[in-house]
Design a binder for this molecule. Structure first.
Ligand SMILES: [Zn+2]
Length: 478
């Protein structure tokens, strides 16, 4: 009896099942079609604003071919093999001190010079780029907006309205065109107005899975975010553009979670092929200019001397003869070091910088060295010598006098050399003949304190003519 009922039921099920399935399949197909239409609509809505942000981004492009080439090559390697083949991802470097990276929905990925400088190795850079690749290939922004627009939670719909509202009126303040003034609202709306925790994890998973396949150590990702938290704390107004991602302390945590769970197997497989790596050794060389310049900005624009020095000293092993680098380190020491007898690091670095600048590209090294001699070593003869070298070097490089010549004259007086005059500088004896008239240059701001006549620009112009006449005369007599 029981068997009979069971058999009967089974029979009914066998009969009913295909019909139910067909209805269900139809319904699912319709839903899928509607979903795809809606997603298409969101992609269309996004495109114009995305293009607009990308256009503004151009103003911040770093134009150095080497670093752009390196970052793009690394990014292309990190694209997962299952990414749609018609999806074109590009990786460009943006000039900005804040360590940051972000992706526009259609695959344009940007990383700041600050982030390149902050990363300690290729594995860390790869983790950052891979994460953004994950957001793009999994269409996180489009999906977020979809959920907000058509999801069941009422408040979420409201958020969607706000985000899309920002998108459609994003072009109002057209005066503000650089990265920092794009407007955090518009910016984060386009780069992923607060990705969901699951999306963040998925982005890490996609990025690190590929990094693992390339033999890169995913543990570096956690180290990067921990260091970010140590150095900068949580994103503040300076780092407000980070707002789309979780806080710095959370990011390290999330990454470690993904590595120890979802990627445990992939990690094991990768480790079987050999020990995991920090990446190509070329990283240090190819990123060194960006790391140097970023360190200089860190010091000059943000007064973050700790970070600046850390970064610059790391570059020193790759560029031991880089005058600009030695100069920057010397300047920081000059500002921050405490008196330590006669072993001033500032003087040591500035001296090395001056010696290393064989082409005379940075005459101001000698000026800073002169000031350091006067203030920290109280060595005035050396100070005079360096200030002279500065003025000579400036004239050689620019063909004119340095704009702070007046200050130099003042200081020369203080340092006990008030008779010194810049080479060829006009005084009461200088005869300058112009084609249309003869002009006797008055003493102009000489340390003796003579009268001043004629504008500086006229004097310079007159002087240039005289100098050329002289040169032609010299050439003619040969
Ligand atoms: Zn993210």
């Amino acid at each position: 009896m029981r068997i009979g009922v069971a058999a009967l039921l089974a029979g009914i099920l066998v009969v009913l099942h295909p019909v139910a399935n067909a209805q269900k399949n139809n319904k699912e197909a319709r839903q899928e079609e509607r979903r795809e239409e809606r997603l298409e609509g969101i992609r269309r809505d996004l495109q114009e604003s995305t293009d607009r942000v990308a256009l503004r981004m151009r103003k911040g492009f770093n134009r150095e071919p080497l670093i752009n080439g390196y970052i793009n090559a690394l990014g292309q390697k990190l694209i997962p093999p299952d990414a749609p083949s018609d999806l074109k991802l590009s990786f460009r470097v943006i000039e900005a001190t804040e360590p940051n990276a972000f992706a526009l929905a259609d695959g344009r990925i940007y990383i700041t010079t600050g982030m390149i400088a902050f990363a300690e190795n290729e594995a860390q850079l790869a983790a950052v780029l891979g994460h953004e690749i994950g957001h793009v290939t999994r269409e996180h922004l489009v999906n977020s907006i979809y959920r907000q627009r058509y999801g069941k939670v009422a408040t979420a719909t409201k958020i969607a309205g706000t985000a899309l509202g920002i998108l459609s009126r994003g072009n109002k303040n057209s005066g503000a065109e650089d990265l920092t003034t794009i407007g955090v609202g518009l910016f984060s709306a386009l780069t992923g107005a607060r990705y969901a925790r699951e999306q963040e994890k998925e982005a890490d998973r996609v990025g690190l899975e590929r990094a693992l396949a390339l033999g890169l150590d995913p543990a570096e990702a956690g180290k990067l975010w921990d260091k970010m938290y140590q150095r900068f704390g949580e994103p503040s107004s300076v780092m407000a553009l980070f707002s789309g991602h979780p806080t710095h302390s959370k990011r390290g945590e999330l990454v470690r979670e993904v590595v120890s769970t979802d990627l445990a197997l992939a990690r094991e497989v990768a480790e079987r092929a050999g020990p995991l790596q920090l990446g190509s050794a070329s990283f240090s060389r190819l990123t060194s200019v960006v790391r140097r310049d970023s360190g200089i900005q860190m010091a000059e624009l943000l007064d973050r001397y700790d970070l600046a020095l850390e970064g610059l000293e790391a570059v020193l092993s790759v560029r031991p003869d880089d005058a600009k680098l030695l100069w920057a380190i010397g300047r920081i020491h000059n500002l921050t070091e405490r008196p330590t007898g006669d072993s001033s690091l500032a003087l040591q670095f500035l001296q090395r910088a001056a010696e290393t600048d064989k082409r005379g590209l940075f005459p101001a090294i000698h000026r800073d060295l002169g000031y350091a001699y006067a203030t920290s070593a109280e060595d005035f003869p050396k100070a005079v010598e360096s200030l002279q070298a500065y003025v000579d070097g400036y004239i050689r490089k620019h063909g004119t006098y340095p704009p702070d010549l007046e200050t130099i004259y003042d200081y020369m007086g203080l340092f006990g050399n008030s008779d010194w005059n810049a080479p060829g500088f006009p005084n009461e004896n200088t005869q300058i003949s112009l084609s249309h008239r003869s002009y006797t240059a008055p003493a102009w701001q000489t340390p003796g304190g003579a009268t001043v006549e004629g504008s500086e620009s006229f004097l310079r112009e007159a002087y240039e003519v005289a100098r050329k006449d002289q040169q032609q005369g010299a050439a003619g007599s040969e």
